[in-house]
Design a protein around this ligand. Structure first.
Ligand code: GLN
Length: 193
């Protein structure tokens, strides 16, 4: 079983490092031909417009869409969530498969970046320390989307829809590997559907 981390731009090295620390075969992915050998894919945080442009230039957009449609697990963190979302406001969607509507950089200037402890029942009792960096704000989700975590004000910050997982924060920037283990679990059981 192998997990690929889209390595066009952004915080991909950190994801690879955490996965390898869990003993997972993780590799950086830049070419469509590298998608065939993967059982799961992570789209990291970074800058979604740039990442989207690069993914188009490298011919990766359609292979990623097909990967999702094949039921293989895909996890988007922060910019990766934007890349997967169906509705990102004024711009056209990128991969456009996750039934969420969001607004980019929408936490306001004073709280541009912040950290908080989240209650994530799917990960067990201990709170998960979450780092938000110019995060997108999820405004609403479709009926088939399962909410995994919210901020105190109710804002959804982690969710899944069949084989898709999204987090608006960066679990790869803390030393807590539980989200990575959770995603790995969905890879080893197959599509998770
Ligand atoms: N602000 C970035 C964007 O809109 C996302 C930030 C991140 O991935 N940390 O693409």
């Amino acid at each position: 079983m192998k997990i690929g981390v889209l390595a066009l731009q952004g915080a991909f090295r950190e994801h690879v490092q955490i996965l390898r620390g869990l003993g997972v075969d993780a590799r950086e992915v830049r070419l469509p031909s590298e998608m065939h050998e993967l059982d799961g894919l992570i789209i990291p945080g970074g800058e979604s417009t740039t990442m989207g442009k690069l993914a188009r230039a490298y011919g990766l957009m359609e292979p990623i869409r097909e990967f999702v449609q094949a039921g293989k697990p895909v996890w988007g963190t922060c910019a990766g969530l934007i890349v997967l979302a169906k509705d990102i406001g004024a711009e056209d969607a990128h991969v456009g498969v996750m039934d969420v509507k969001l607004r980019r950089n929408a936490f306001g200037r004073q709280v541009d970046s912040f950290e908080t402890d989240l209650h994530v029942p799917a990960l067990g009792g201990e709170p998960f320390h979450a780092v938000f960096i110019r995060a997108p704000r999820i405004e609403c989700v479709g009926a088939h989307v399962e909410v995994l975590a919210r901020l105190d004000d109710g804002t959804i910050v982690a969710a899944r829809q069949r084989n898709l997982l999204v987090t608006s924060f960066h679990p790869e920037l803390t030393n807590d590997p539980r989200f990575h283990r959770f995603f790995w679990g969905s890879v080893t059981v197959g599509s998770g559907t």
